[in-house]
Write a protein that binds this ligand. Structure first.
Ligand code: ATP
Ligand code: MG
Length: 414
């Protein structure tokens, strides 16, 4: 027997869920359009190097989570685990450096081999934005503002906290890295296995550890703030000032890191306590070194991504679709008339529910379930007189109306 279960960590989006997802994507699309972003769709798979190079070979994504396979031509291909790498690749391969600054929005599925749990799947969906080519802090403020406004319009801003940090510039980070290595080496025995490995390769990531023992050590770790270069400190101050100016609240969290070498300056997350362990709904930062490191022209960038599943779990129901008109034919001749009528009404833009079978009672019950605002009942007798019975599904009143006038009569009054 074939295995007909969905692959672990994947699921089907049935119509109700699809509608919730679509409402989120459409909201994000509309907000980003207002801010001057255009939409980009990059392929769902790329050459593996695109991710291996951008995400760094010490990140969790690259070491444990990628869906990588060899295709029939012998190329190593990876299903995209996130959106930024593909956008950066598109920027380079499309020669888009003449069109800077670029403001891009994307939405789509991402793939990570993770342990599935609430809010964590192997195929999940993200919306995200990137601004390429702006090195000043106005871009950081704008990117965060877009995130805040989308959350606000979804009714979620009040349920999240914006956590903000700076990862400084290269110079600051080198200095801080040395201080951290020294400090953590002194506490080596108290660190988890994972963190001891990170100590050599990527000590900043230890700050982000979820291990209980690590957290005690991290709590006493020297802070980045004292090791920022004056330029990096000024940059961070300008970002905070910009957020203050437009009234976006934030909390500085010095433990917030993005452990990749290409990340600089601003890092931020909108987090919630309403989703258990999976509390980050929208996360991003500045990645000024990334495009250069991929082999493209040095180009600053900043962006964020948000998980649609997590947004959907928090957001309320989207408004229901428009209420349909149900057509209920009784008999073969009426059946044909019903098809014709449905065709004309739908071409006028009306939502029409046309059942396929059943007696009057069953069809009316189905019309109620579909939340129909009106039912058009056509029997053979009515048909011979060129009329139909129009029933108001809320009040229950009925009236005979000429078939010819139905389209006019049923058009929404607006
Ligand atoms: P986490 O710490 O939860 O693993 P992350 O740092 O790996 O998150 P990012 O790579 O920054 O997450 O992705 C941005 C957002 O995408 C997350 O905040 C989350 O909303 C969503 N996300 C990430 N991984 C998953 C997943 N496996 N399933 C569902 N949503 C996810
Ligand atoms: Mg993760």
């Amino acid at each position: 027997m074939a295995n007909l279960q969905p692959v672990r960590g994947t699921r089907d989006l049935l119509p109700d869920e699809s509608r919730r997802f679509r409402a989120i994507v459409e909201r994000a699309r509309s907000v980003t359009e207002r801010y001057g972003f255009g939409e980009i769709s990059t392929p769902i798979f790329e050459f593996t190097e695109v991710f291996a190079r951008t995400l760094g070979d010490t990140s969790d994504i690259v070491t444990k989570e990628m869906y990588t396979f060899e295709d029939r031509g012998g190329d190593s291909i990876t299903l995209r685990p996130e959106g930024t790498a593909g956008v950066a690749r598109a920027f380079i391969s499309g020669g888009l450096s003449q069109s800077l600054p670029l403001k891009l929005f994307y939405a789509g599925p991402m793939f990570r081999y993770e342990r599935p749990q609430k809010g964590r799947q192997r195929q999940f969906h993200q919306i995200g934005i990137e601004i390429l080519g702006v090195s000043g802090p106005q871009a950081d403020v704008e990117v965060i503002a877009v995130g805040a406004q989308i959350l606000d319009e979804l009714g979620l801003l009040g349920r999240t906290v914006l956590e903000l940090n700076t990862l400084g510039d290269l110079e600051s980070r080198r200095a801080y890295r040395n201080v951290l290595v020294e400090y953590f080496t002194g506490h080596r025995d108290a660190l988890s296995e994972d963190s001891r490995t990170r100590l050599q390769r990527n000590p900043l990531r230890i700050l982000d550890s979820k291990d209980e023992g690590d957290r005690h050590v991290v709590a006493e770790a020297p802070s980045f703030a004292e090791h920022l270069s004056p330029a990096a400190a000024d940059f961070f101050a300008a970002v905070r000032q910009g957020l203050d100016d437009i009234g976006i609240a934030y909390e500085v969290n010095q433990r917030l890191v993005r452990g990749l070498d290409y990340y600089t300056h601003t890092a931020f997350e909108f987090t919630t306590t309403d989703l258990g362990a999976q509390g980050t709904v929208l996360a991003g930062g500045r990645y000024d070194g990334l495009i250069g490191a991929m082999g493209g022209p040095e180009t600053p960038g900043i962006g964020w991504a948000a998980g649609i599943e997590r947004l959907a779990m928090l957001a309320g129901e989207p408004p229901p679709p428009p209420r349909p008109v149900a057509i209920v034919p009784m008999g073969p001749a009426a059946e044909r008339e019903a098809q014709k009528l449905a065709w004309s009404l739908r071409r006028e833009g009306l939502h029409v529910e046309l059942g396929y079978s059943g007696n009057l009672k069953r069809r009316l019950a189905r019309a109620s379930r579909a939340a129909a605002r009106a039912a058009v009942i056509i029997g053979d007798d009515e048909l011979s007189r060129g009329v139909a019975t129009l029933r108001d599904m809320d009040g229950g009143e009925q009236a005979e109306v000429p078939l010819a006038g139905l389209v006019e009569r049923l058009k929404p009054t607006s």
